[in-house]
Design a protein around this ligand. Structure first.
Ligand code: MV4
Length: 584
């Protein structure tokens, strides 16, 4: 068994891995950037080493610095978590060359599955179907037209080296083909460094169902059950559950067996996930994630297994200690992601800042995997996942109600969170009846009634803001809304909550100036400038698309006028507050 594991990650997943290591008597080594010196994963580790740097590239992706820490700490294994190095074969090979164990699959398996065309070909060979399409690189827009005429519109253009859904473009008809291909290739090049794209028939109302697999070095490959991740927005999963609702047992078994075939086809070892789309009773291979996933806890809660423990045992050369038939599935689990994002108005804009208050939920069937505690700061430089709230219930409805209860108990102040949006999703009849699809959050849900936590304080008349306080009247505790003068720098609740209970969330975001200078709210990369110098824009019109905190964010004009100058172009890096355009 491994003796000392370096966790090459941060936040909730680093904490998650360390907890199991601790239970197994395995020593834990944390690494940290300058900004994470006092982070939770550092506080929980047996040993912690500075990597220097602030951005991920300067710290958690600084290979020489991490290799150096591996040697200095004497770690005999590295757990990559998800993101960062988890699917980086150069890193896996570099540590293996040092005689250190990579807690993950062989690099060859990552390579086969890392490229969507080669993975389609690999699974076709073992008789697992992808969405009808062409496993070849697109050269010309005319191929899209030919394909659409043969298979019907719409058609999906996908990035061969993509992931997480970026680079997919839906083409409704022949006249959109050329622009869509250009835009898919541009996005693909921006995000993945490669522009290759291919074609598939577009499914209009698919569910995203993924199958957990586990493979050891002794030739055993098992499926551990599915997770339904259909509740997502712009390829960011919001809520995941196990088992998938309205999902017949024989399809579950067929999907499990298909996932095992896919794993065997690429020589998989360790924990992995095979993603499928499911529509009209058929499932189609989408891609394989060659890592532990964010949503793995829902599988843990319904199977009673510890996936990190199994990863560590497999990496140590042990055989999986149970057979396929011995795996039991009990009850229902739901996970919601708590991100530092402001979902008001359906915008989901990143909301970095310090968590000034964090009351954690507890009680029957509740698990919270958090990467932060009260007083910790969510940096604009990293993923903004604060925590995952996971519940178990005897059936889906019990789990759903338990989740709503647990969300009510959770109080986070100082940053905006997605909890309000999670409540909207969990309460909607499409989720309740499980008739939702991957398109549903974006097309069928209304987040405009969520409290505005964004740039503009809710004003009733000049300089007045709402403040929610609790008071005692005749010995009874009541919530009261006060309309008070806006205080200078003092942090006042800006939440204008229509709910009976105030949301109690403060926001530490950037306050819009209403001026003609357009500045970016956070550090990131310009994806696109959507206006030209000399052009007239309306207040609220999009000027720039900014990639920040793993999301595309729109930066809008605050006033109407003519664009006098544009100071950036696609690909430029910008810092928080940088002026990117001037409107007069
Ligand atoms: C599709 C699709 C419909 N038809 N392919 C998005 C993520 C990417 N890896 C694959 N994705 C999709 N591929 C065809 N031919 C719809 C999606 C899709 C989706 C898939 C899984 C989970 C969430 C999704 C959200 C929107 C679209």
């Amino acid at each position: 068994m491994l003796k000392k594991v370096l966790i090459a990650n941060r936040g909730e997943i680093a904490v998650r891995v360390m907890r199991t290591c601790r239970e197994m008597g395995i020593g834990t080594v944390a690494v940290y950037s300058e900004l994470d010196r006092d982070a939770l994963h550092v506080r929980l580790a047996d040993e912690a080493y500075a990597l220097g740097g602030q951005t991920a590239a300067e710290s958690y992706l600084n290979t020489p610095a991490i290799l150096d820490v591996i040697e200095r700490s004497g770690a005999d294994g590295v757990h990559p978590g998800y993101g960062f190095y988890s699917e980086n074969t150069d890193f896996a090979r570099a540590i293996t060359d040092l005689g250190v164990t990579f807690v993950g699959p062989p690099p060859e398996a990552i390579e086969v599955m890392g490229d969507k065309i080669s993975s389609r070909l690999a699974v076709e060979k073992v008789g697992v179907a992808g969405v009808p399409g062409r496993s070849q690189t697109l050269v010309d827009a005319s191929e899209i037209v030919t394909f659409g005429e043969e298979f019907g519109w719409p058609v999906a253009i996908k990035a061969a080296y993509g992931g997480g859904g970026r680079g997919m473009k839906v083409v409704q008809g022949p006249n959109e083909a050329k622009d869509a291909l250009e835009s898919a290739q541009r996005e693909s090049l921006n995000y993945f460094g490669r522009s290759e794209c291919y074609l598939e028939k577009y499914l209009a109302w698919p569910r995203h169902i993924e199958m957990q697999v586990l493979a050891d070095t002794h030739g055993n490959v098992l499926w551990l059950g599915e997770r339904d991740c259909s509740a997502q927005r712009r390829h960011q999963k919001l809520i995941e559950e196990a088992p998938a609702p309205n999902f017949p047992d024989e399809i579950r078994r067929a999907m499990g067996e298909a996932a095992v075939k896919v794993s065997r086809a690429c020589g998989y070892v360790n924990a992995g996930t095979v993603e499928f789309m499911f529509q009209d009773g058929e499932f189609y291979f989408l891609e394989m994630n060659t890592r532990l996933q964010v949503e793995h806890p829902v599988t843990e809660l319904v199977t009673g297994l510890d996936l990190v423990e199994l990863q560590l045992r497999i990496a140590s050369g042990e055989e999986i200690p149970f057979t396929q038939e011995e795996i039991e599935h009990r009850g229902h689990a739901i996970e919601v992601r708590i991100n530092a994002e402001d979902p008001s108005g359906g915008r989901f804009s990143p909301s970095p800042g310090t968590i000034t208050r964090f009351d954690q939920p507890a009680g029957p069937g509740v698990r919270l995997d958090a990467g932060y505690a009260q007083g910790d700061t969510i940096s604009q430089y990293y993923d903004n996942l604060i925590a995952k709230l996971v519940v178990w219930g005897a059936d889906r409805e019990k789990a759903r109600r338990r989740m709503l209860r647990a969300i009510e108990e959770t109080v986070i102040e100082g940053v905006a969170t997605t909890l309000g949006a999670d409540t909207v999703i969990l309460s909607d009849e499409h989720f309740v009846n499980a008739t939702h699809s991957t398109n549903w959050v974006e097309t069928g849900l209304d987040f405009t009634t969520l409290p505005t936590l964004g740039p503009t304080p809710v004003s009733v008349g000049e300089g007045t803001v709402r403040k929610d306080v609790t008071a005692e009247v005749n010995g009874r505790r009541v919530s009261v809304a006060l309309w008070v003068p806006e205080a200078g720098d003092e942090v006042l609740p800006r939440a204008h909550s229509t709910a009976a209970k105030p949301r109690r969330q403060h926001h530490a975001g950037v306050v819009g100036s209403g001026s003609g200078t357009v500045s970016v709210p956070m550090q990131g990369t310009i994806v696109k400038v959507t206006v030209e110098e000399g052009q007239h824009v309306e207040a609220g019109e999009t000027v720039i698309i900014l990639e920040a905190m793993k999301m595309e964010n729109v930066v809008n004009a605050e006033k109407s006028g003519v664009v006098k100058s544009i100071k950036v172009k696609a690909g430029d890096s910008v810092s928080a507050g940088d002026v990117v355009a001037v409107i007069e």
